[in-house]
Ligand binder design. Sequence first.
Ligand SMILES: [Zn+2]
Length: 81
Amino acid sequence: MASIEELAYEKCLEVYARQSEQEIAAMLRPQWQEAQFAQWDGVSCFDCGEDLIEGRLLLGRVRCVDCQSLAEHKEKRSRGL
Ligand SMILES: [Zn+2]
């Protein structure tokens, strides 16, 4: 059985395969550098408070996979995509 880290890694590869270079660069930039996440505690999901897996932290993500995809979905909708 695949570990949660392996699943997260596969999910990343899957996501990257569909992104442009510019989007990948944006994804690789640690999210916590953004001003809106200044209050982030560094260990748990910014939205739901679940502990983040190491893979997410290494990627500089501040949200769990679920909250991140939800946030991206909302963002895309708000940009009319
Ligand atoms: Zn979350």
